[in-house]
Ligand binder design. Structure first.
Ligand code: C2E
Ligand code: MG
Ligand code: MG
Ligand code: MG
Length: 286
């Protein structure tokens, strides 16, 4: 009997853990090759200003189509990149590619209504003492004005080390770069820190937006009120329905991003949208 139990335990438990560890190793090995193999690319998602109905921002999102594994989500490979150290070169590549693309759009006169192009920073990047020198060099190389670049740091990462991050945020501000707090509402920030940090914008986490106008409504409304009292603008991420859009408009949200407007798109498709300069179905017109 004992043997059977052991065997059952082995069959039910071990293979699952082994599979997971194996998959992670496989991901890591492939990820190390991804950069050299040109398997990474960027998508760009429009952010729509509620009042004007114009696209005023773009968020840069990394994509990976692995030769062996196919398309892998950043939610899956970014954590692996962080643990394995691959994030250092990956993060650098994202920043460089995004700044070059943004500069090309600007040189073509396509960023007139765009206030910023937002790039996500990983936890490791926020701890990298050389980050801001690298960013400054990139801005110089590409000619992209600092005010057009926005960096996104998640609330969780920001609050992990408030002291060190205050210094980073001050450097970001001194460089004239905008700062946005991503996934807001999922971490544990206090009003007093938010007031001390040089922040431009809060992004309401998708989990609350998807719960609007039901469960997420009270939190979304509270975040908007708090942000405005601190003079910060608010972006709702993951807006998928007209109902969500209308609710968030009435609650005073400034900017919206989500599948309701547009999915993250390859650069050439974003170029087409920028060229078109369309008015989006923001709450005012819908
Ligand atoms: P995030 O920065 O909060 O990005 C928003 C995520 O929501 C993106 O997922 C985007 O594709 C997705 N999204 C946008 N609108 C909608 C919507 O209406 N409905 C739904 N269901 N989803 C929507 P994605 O691209 O899979 O990225 C996931 C996360 O991976 C990002 O969350 C970010 O934390 C991380 N990430 C992506 N690109 C980068 C990068 O270049 N560097 C770093 N460090 N992290 C990145
Ligand atoms: Mg983001
Ligand atoms: Mg987010
Ligand atoms: Mg902003």
């Amino acid at each position: 009997h004992a043997k059977n139990k052991g065997k059952n335990g082995y069959e039910i438990f071990r293979p699952e853990m082994e599979q997971r560890a194996h998959k992670r190793l496989k991901l890591e090995a492939n990820l190390r090759r991804a950069l050299q193999n040109d398997e990474l690319y960027l998508h760009y998602q429009p952010q729509i200003d509620v009042r004007s109905g114009r696209m005023t921002g773009v968020e840069v999102l990394v994509r990976w189509t692995c030769e062996e594994l196919g398309t892998v989500s950043p939610a899956e490979f970014i954590p692996v990149a962080e643990e394995s150290g691959v994030i250092v070169s990956l993060g650098r590549w994202v920043l460089q590619t995004a700044c070059r693309q943004a500069a090309a759009w600007r040189d073509a006169g396509l960023l007139d209504t765009i206030e910023h192009v937002a790039v996500n920073l990983s936890a490791c990047q926020t701890r990298d003492a050389g980050l801001m020198d690298e960013v400054a060099a990139l801005l110089e190389e590409t000619g992209l004005p600092a005010r057009l670049l926005e960096l996104e740091i998640t609330e969780g990462v920001l609050m992990e080390n408030v002291h060190a991050n205050l210094e980073l945020l001050q450097k970001i501000q001194a460089a004239g770069i905008h700062l946005s707090i991503d996934d807001f509402g999922t971490g544990y920030s206090s009003m007093s820190y938010l007031k001390r940090f040089p922040i431009d914008q809060l992004k309401i986490d998708r989990s609350f937006v998807s719960g609007v106008p039901g469960d997420g409504a009270a939190i979304a409304t509270a975040i908007i009120a708090m942000a405005h009292s601190l003079n910060l603008s608010v972006v709702a991420e993951g807006v998928e329905t007209e109902e969500q859009m209308r609710f968030l408009r009435d609650a005073g949200c400034d900017v919206m991003q989500g599948y309701y407007f547009a999915r993250p798109l390859p650069a050439d498709q974003l170029t087409a949208l920028l060229t078109e300069r369309r008015l989006w179905p923001t709450p005012q017109q819908a």
